[in-house]
Write a protein that binds this ligand. Sequence first.
Ligand code: 173
Length: 322
Amino acid sequence: MYRKLLPLFIPIFAYSSAASAEEVTLRAISAFTEKTTYSSGVERFVERVNEAGKGIVQINYIGGPKAMPPFEVGNALKNDVVDLANTTGAFYTNLMPEADAWKLTQRSMAELRKNGGYDYMAKLYEQKMNAILLARVVDNNPFHLYLNKRIASPDLTGLKLRITPVYRDFFQALGGTVVQTAPGEVYTALDRGVVDGYGWPITGVFDLGWNQKTKYRVDPGFYSAEVSLLINKTAWDRLNDQQKSIIRKAADEGEAEAPAEFLAADAKETERQAAAGIDTITFDPAVAKAYYKKAYESGWAGEIRQSPESGPKLRDFFSEPE
Ligand code: 173
C-alpha cells in the first residue's frame, strides 16, 4: 500500500516546499547619498518591493556613501558583498569601461531594449560584473560644466576641474586640467579653491550645498546622466519566479517613469539655480553647437580607445540617426 502512495507524495511535497519557501532578504547599496536626487530611484524601488514582497522578498537598504565609498560599489556587487546596487557606469569603469557609454545614449531605454543595445550591454554585465541591469532610473538629464571663473569661449586652459570618467575626455579636449573625486568631496574642493569648477548633471546641485560655492553654469548641457539598479546575477538566479516578478515589476515601473520625471526636474532645477544666483554662461549658436558636438566626439573617442571592439558597436546602438 505504501508503495502505491509514494509517487503521489513526492510531487505534493515538492510543490509545498517551493510554495512555502522562506522570505528572501536582499542587501542594497547606493553610490549616492541617501534621500538625494540620485538615490530617489532606488529608494522608491525598495519601497515598492518591500510593499509587494511581504513574506516573499524584502530589501534591506544599507544606504549610501557613509556605508561604502561610491567607486567601490561595483566591486561589492560583483563580489557578492551586496545583492543590489544603485550606481552609474562612470563609477565602475575599473570593471567594465563600456558602462560609461550609457551617458552617450541618444535613444530611450524603451528603444534600446528593442534595438539590441540593451542586450549587447547585458552580455557585458554578465561577463564583467556577474550582474543584470534591472532598470535605468535616471534619463533625460544632461550634464553641465559648473564654474567659479567666467569664460568667454569654451577654452578651459588653466582651469582645474573636478571630474569622474563621464567628463574626462571632453574637459581635457577643451584644454582643462582634471581631478577625479567622489561627489562627497566636491563641496570641500570648491570651498578650498582646489578646483575652479566641476561636472555634474542639471539636477542635484543643491543636494550637498554646492549652490553656495557655485557662480556659473555653462550651457548647453551635454550627454544624458545614467543611474541604474543592478542586481548580482548569482543572487538573481537563486530567486523563484514570484520573487523575480516582484522585483522586475518595481524595476520596470522605475525605468518607465524616469524620462518624464527627469524632464520635469530639469526645468525646475534650471529655475532654482537662476533664483539662487547661479549665472548662465552661453556661447554664440555656432560655438555652442561645436561645444556640444565635441562632447560626443571626444566621449565616443574615449570609449572606443578603451573598448576598441565594443565601442563602435555601442555607438551604432546608442546614437541617434544622423
Ligand atoms: O559627476 C558625477 O559624479 C557623475 O559621474 C554622475 C553620474 C550620474 C549622475 C550623477 C553624477
